[in-house]
Design a protein around this ligand. Structure first.
Ligand code: NAP
Length: 248
């Protein structure tokens, strides 16, 4: 039986899981694509290519050259560019495209969330709210937007101490790698007298800080996901595999 080559735009847990599922499938051969930002990247099972394609034209060319049958966009919800490139390239090359995306977190009873579109909006909200001690569990690029924050002390959590020092004046940095527990997150927020949490709506299993904020009644400023093109979308690997099977 003829096997179909499937390009997985990855760099995420979902992309990794999709590659693992297709490696064991009789009909499909996965090729995972990583941007190459992390060093060394965590390689998913099967063939892996690393680095950008050179915009949507480069990706459209690659789809033809590599005889890709379909594309799974499993990039991170906050990867702003790649989904748009994939949609344009697939339209140009006439290849089907599916978005595989973890569901966003949704506020439940007891949550005090304010949704924002940009970090500038989050900064304005913090300045206006009178928050004194803010938890920013964000990465380097995101922290830059908070450099002008004047009135608060900030707790930053980074994966390792090699990250560049934060551009903030009154910042305490702790190094830790998840997964985190609700008990641990509650103790952290209490110990640092945190009165506001800022985060991105990444979704997935890292929701312990949100449960901790809920239990302590602490407000959360939640950044919405950036817009994505309208393409077929699923939230799980089995559904993505079923979608591919309908194409054969
Ligand atoms: P982005 O803004 O959507 O993409 C910027 C450029 O990086 C793209 O135009 C493309 O370059 C290249 N690129 C992105 N994803 C690629 C992939 N899977 N394979 C090959 N090239 C890729 O993405 P980003 O925010 O820089 O994130 C880069 C990668 O890290 C993504 O794959 C994403 O899944 C992963 N990641 C991102 C985050 C986050 O918070 N942004 C978190 C965890 C993992 P060309 O135009 O040259 O093709």
């Amino acid at each position: 039986m003829r096997r179909h080559t499937i390009l997985i735009l990855g760099g995420t847990h979902e992309g990794h899981a999709m590659a693992a599922a297709l490696s064991d499938h009789a009909l499909f051969t996965p090729v995972s694509s990583l941007a190459g930002r992390t060093d060394p990247p965590r390689h998913p099972p099967g063939e892996v290519r690393v680095g950008g394609f050179g915009g949507f034209m480069g990706l459209a060319r690659y789809l033809g050259d590599a005889e890709i049958a379909a594309v799974i966009d499993a990039t991170h919800p906050f990867a702003e560019r790649m989904g748009w490139n994939a949609a344009t390239a697939c339209a140009l090359a006439g290849r089907p495209l599916l978005r595989l995306e973890r569901p966003p977190w949704r506020p439940g009873q007891g949550d005090r969330w304010t949704a924002v579109e940009t970090w500038d909006e989050a900064v304005a909200h913090l300045e206006a709210s009178g928050a004194r001690s803010v938890f920013l569990p964000l990465g380097g690029r995101d922290l830059d937007a908070f450099a002008g924050l004047s009135t608060v002390s900030v707790l930053i959590r980074a994966v390792d101490a090699h990250d560049p020092p934060p551009p903030l004046r009154d910042a305490t940095v702790i190094t830790a790698r998840g997964p985190f527990t609700v008990e641990g997150e509650t103790a952290l927020l209490r110990d640092h007298a945190i009165d506001a949490v800022v985060c991105r709506n990444s979704g997935g299993p890292a929701g312990a800080k949100l449960a901790a904020a809920r239990s302590l009644g602490i407000p959360v400023i939640m950044r919405r996901r950036p817009p994505r093109p309208v393409v077929p979308r699923v939230a799980s690997v089995p559904r993505a595999v079923s979608w591919l099977e309908t194409l054969t």
